[in-house]
Write a protein that binds this ligand. Structure first.
Ligand SMILES: [Zn+2]
Ligand SMILES: [Zn+2]
Length: 652
């Protein structure tokens, strides 16, 4: 039997040592050499050893230890009712092997786990089950934890966190207040993405390129509403520069660079013939301007105020009443009306007819575009539909029919044209970003209350920090209303508050934070998960940060990964965290598909339950199989026969 109190040179209990083959355990059943090779196969009592590890504290990370630290982070899960996915098991087993290797190499390894349990999925699940989220979340967490332990993952459970714990979200709210104080959290009436199925607003990042909600797949709409926003755009350049200082895989970097979308534009002015009016058009491709043959303005463009033609105004009116999605949907027949006005292309003195068409939106750019039908599909379709001239100005990658640009390559032509337009006073360079401010309020129950009080005299006022957390009140009926009002508005007693500034009667903010709020900073809380005075102590942050290796899903690159870099950068600027970037290294894992090559889903009947594999073959079989499935970064389909093969191999 092993001796619990005595540790050998590997830091393991006496009688257990690590070899290149696995663990060797000296037991009374040992063979002649006194050593028996044991794998965690079903004949071994896995549960016993898991308890033993936990009791021994084998996987605890030591604060302030002299050994070199290594902070290894995996994305903490939303604990769904479905339990652990074999995809979780794959990613965490791989990093578990890495953690164990680092420990054996003499590092003081921090490999923690916690639960991202606020948000829509938990709320929708609870609604479906007809129970309260505060009841299902702890149950789901318990299941997840048991499953992790059954896999023998060497997480340091003493650091476990749960984003729905008031002692945790107290600090999520505290961060919001710091942002508010610096003017980086603000309210504005904005056109927001709305999911009619989930009855909630969504951030741009949550809407897929085809206009559907990334969670539920329903088509989204846009509608105006007063919202809280976080000014992530103020950090656009810093988030770009920061990428130069970290080791992220190239695809991760490129996705963030493209999402931030820093581009040099030029606003070009076109005088309108016979008036004092001008039209400004913004473009990144002024090199094609010799090929411009018409201008199209949005139905709400101010230039239309100079137009008297009833037909034009009626068209514009009708177009404005259509939804944006309807107006810009592809493949739709192009419509438009000539306004009777002309703009002058000052480059060559050519008169460009000004049209109005529904596919141009006032909310995009300046609400006017210059038609270059030789080099733009949409402009080409428009020119074809209305018999407008089409001029080619690029051949291969060289300019033609373009005066002083002829023979130049596109990139050179762009900057030469920008220089020329600026020199002439016809255009002005401007940097624009694809990134928008982050819509940060949700009209849902299951989230962190936004710690703001609205006073009729003082406006929005932050809840004093010594009154945090603002706890989420228990609401029996918590369904989203669908009117845009948060369910918390129904908690009349909770809503009533005294203004922290003037003491007068005021109302609490009833919107809650999105499910990304708790994950913005969770990796900081692992360092000091019971601290009541700070997010984490300065000393512990200095010891452990930044994260040395962060492993997670490709679907989070422009969501959680970008958001948390922004928040961390902000915390660095206000002197809370020790470094500018949170994660030194980022790698992505591929998804585990069903045996049929499709995404695992109940409706396809192809979901693999890791518990069953563990019961039948043992945790080591599952883990080893998943490590040999294929390249870690790629999608890979499940195979039952390969599991069998690994099992037989381990039994040899
Ligand atoms: Zn939805
Ligand atoms: Zn007041």
């Amino acid at each position: 039997m092993t001796n619990r109190n005595k540790k050998n040179e590997f830091g393991l209990c006496d009688g257990v040592r690590v070899t290149s083959n696995g663990y060797e355990i000296t037991t009374s059943r040992s063979n002649g050499s006194g050593v028996e090779r044991v794998y965690n196969l079903p004949m071994v009592d896995e549960e016993k050893w898991i308890k033993e590890w936990e009791n021994e504290g084998l996987h605890r990370a030591l604060d302030g230890d002299k050994k070199q630290k290594f902070y290894l982070l995996v994305e903490f899960p939303y604990p769904s009712g479905a339990g652990l996915h074999v995809g979780h098991a794959r990613s965490w087993s791989a990093m578990d092997a890495y953690a164990r290797k680092k420990r054996m190499e003499g590092y003081n390894v921090l490999y923690p786990m916690g639960w991202d349990a606020f948000g829509l999925p938990a709320e929708n699940y609870a609604l479906k089950m007809g129970v309260h989220p505060s009841q299902v979340v702890p149950e789901n967490i318990a299941t997840f934890k048991k499953q992790c332990q059954a896999l023998g993952l060497s997480f340091d459970w003493s650091r476990e966190i749960d984003t729905t714990n008031p002692q945790y979200y107290k600090w999520t709210q505290w961060i919001f207040i710091q942002l508010f104080k610096k003017g980086l959290a603000y309210q504005a009436e904005v056109s927001v993405n709305w999911c009619p199925a989930c009855k909630t607003n969504l951030a741009d990042e949550e809407v897929l390129a085809n206009g559907t909600h990334e969670r539920c797949g329903s088509p989204t709409q846009r509608r105006p509403q007063k919202q809280w926003l976080l000014k992530i755009t103020a950090y656009a350049d810093k988030l770009l520069e920061g990428l130069e200082t970290v080791d992220y895989s190239e695809d991760v970097k490129m996705q963030q660079v493209n999402w931030i979308g820093r581009k040099e534009w030029i606003d070009i002015t076109y005088p309108v013939v016979g008036t004092n009016e001008k039209i400004v058009v913004s473009t990144t491709r002024p090199d094609t301007n010799f090929g411009a043959t018409f201008v199209v303005v949005a139905p709400g463009h101010p230039i239309l105020q100079t137009v008297k033609d009833r037909k034009v105004l009626e068209y514009a009116q009708k177009a404005e009443n259509k939804s944006e999605l309807e107006r810009i949907s592809q493949g739709k027949k192009k419509t438009g009306v000539f306004t009777g006005l002309y703009a002058v292309n000052q480059l060559n003195g050519q008169k460009l007819p000004i049209w109005v068409a529904d596919f141009v939106l006032m909310t995009v750019g300046t609400g006017a575009v210059v038609g270059v039908p030789g080099h733009d599909k949409r402009d080409f379709e428009f020119a074809k539909a209305f018999d407008l001239p089409i001029v080619k100005v690029v051949d291969g990658d060289k300019m033609i029919n373009s005066g002083f640009l002829d023979g130049l390559e596109i990139q050179t032509a762009i900057s030469k044209m920008m220089d020329y337009l600026e020199r002439k006073g016809w255009g002005k360079r401007i940097i624009r970003y694809n990134l928008h401010d982050w819509v940060f309020s949700r009209q849902h129950y299951w989230g962190e209350p936004i710690p703001i009080v609205h006073c009729p005299k003082c406006g929005p006022v932050a809840v004093p920090e010594d009154q945090l957390p603002v706890e989420l009140p228990y609401l029996k009926k918590y369904e989203p209303s669908g009117t845009g009002e948060s369910p918390l508005a129904k908690a009349a007693d909770w809503v009533k508050a005294a203004c922290p500034e003037c003491g007068g009667p005021a109302r609490r903010e009833t919107d809650t934070m999105p499910n990304w709020a708790g994950s913005n900073w969770y990796f900081i809380r692992y360092l000091d998960n019971k601290n009541e005075r700070e997010l984490a102590s300065k000393e512990k942050m200095k010891h452990w940060l930044p994260v040395d290796m962060y492993q997670g899903g490709a679907e989070h690159i422009t969501l959680h990964l970008l958001y948390s870099r922004f928040i961390y950068r902000f915390l660095h600027e206000i002197g809370v965290v020790p470094t500018a970037e949170p994660y030194m290294k980022r790698r992505t894992h591929g998804i585990v598909l069903g045996a049929d090559g499709r995404k695992m889903s109940k409706s396809f009947g192809n979901v693999i339950n890791p518990d069953e594999i563990v019961r039948k073959y043992g945790a080591d079989t599952l883990r080893m199989y998943e490590m040999f499935m294929g390249p870690f970064g790629q999608m890979v389909a499940w195979s039952d026969t390969a599991v069998e093969g690994v099992y037989r191999f381990l039994r040899l």
